[in-house]
Ligand binder design. Sequence first.
Ligand code: SF4
Ligand code: SF4
Length: 465
Amino acid sequence: MREPGTELSRRRDIADKCRSCGNCRAVCPIFAEIGREDSVARGKVALIRAVLDGELGLTEIFDERIQLCLNCKACIDVCPNDVRVDDLILSARSGLVEAGRLPFIKRFIFRHLLRRGRLLPPVGKTAAFFQRFVLRGLPKNSPFRLLLPAVGIDRDRVFPQFARATFMETVPEVIPAPDTVAASDGRPRVAYFVGCAANLIYPESARAAIEMLNRAGVDVVVPKSQGCCGTPVFNAGDFVTAREMATRNIEALRASGAEAVVTACASCGLTLKREYAELLGFEDGVGMPVYDLTEYLVLRGGAASESREVAEPSESAGFSASAEPSEVAPSSTRVRVTYHDPCHLVRGQGVYEEPRQILRAIPWVEFVEMRDADRCCGGGGSFSLSHYDLSKAVGRRKVEAIRDADVDIVTTECQACVMQLSDMLAQAGMDVAVISVAELAAQRGAGDTDSGEARRWPAVAGAQG
Ligand code: SF4
Ligand code: SF4
């Protein structure tokens, strides 16, 4: 029988902490759909223990069960014994990769496309070209959809539009705040970590994030040698490739001369904040504080609100802890907006209040709290590619919560969630836009968007920023 693998063997202590109480059954979105013990954290821990005890091999069936997890971290939140099921499951996947079980297509994508990253922009642009001129967004009745299952993609899936130019190609390396924005504490300089989805698919969200930082009097540097953070790679268990990618990013961020890293992607943020150190073994992580954009803007709120002698009110991005709009538009002209908590931000980083503070501070927004806002949307990164039916089943519950909230716009702080929610809402026939918090906050009023050709925006009637 094959050995369990080095990563997994050193995680024995995590598996031993589980007391089989079953609390995790109440919150696991996968268990809620299929109700099988081996789909929930407790069952997975039992399977991993069996492997560690030599009672079970790294078999195909073990592989299947271990892939049945969204890494949503809901089980960790309710576990009375602090069992880090996420670390344990990823280590088990690492054991499977060490045993040669990484599928060819993932191996190719991780080690040839993502590892160095040089091929990603041409691949994205080629995809953009085909979407625009050959597939034309793949309308529902397109005969091309019949071919999608042959390459493992569900024929109903609604695709995001790749950008014609990547975000990184369109920005200079240093983007200083305008001179009109004063900062009492000098001019902070942060490194902006873009993330693959914002770079290739949603460049407007990255532009909005930088605009918000600039409005807060922050100089932004976008290190050009940054690449994919490695989340999809170590999520699949390929820790060796992920370590190479982490090394490159750490070097790029440390060379930037910034005092902190800011990202508007929940998964990138969690990876830079925690996983480089905890999972991949880089003791100091990236070597400086890492913030989600909303977290950083709220943190800056105090400093920004003290330094508005030069700044126009509309140029300020100061969101204090008690942020309320100073001038609230009449409710008939306000846009109803809700917020979906990405798992990797709310549970992964403990960021809950900050995005809400920012949304509540926008005068033309009526913030609506939806039911179960912190429940997983079912995306789970590549989970939605490999387990689309299950992903859709989890996503449908989120769609119902959004329908009941009766909103015009859903905001979130993770591009993978934007992708999943856009797909789910479109399939449900709901005309609700899904955008990042920064994209909404950066708007000053109706029609103030250059969000690109394929993104749909509802009319922002009477909106004033
Ligand atoms: S909640 Fe924690 S201790 Fe209880 S069964 Fe689940 S993983 Fe084990
Ligand atoms: S991380 Fe989420 S999907 Fe995975 S076992 Fe825990 S609750 Fe279930």
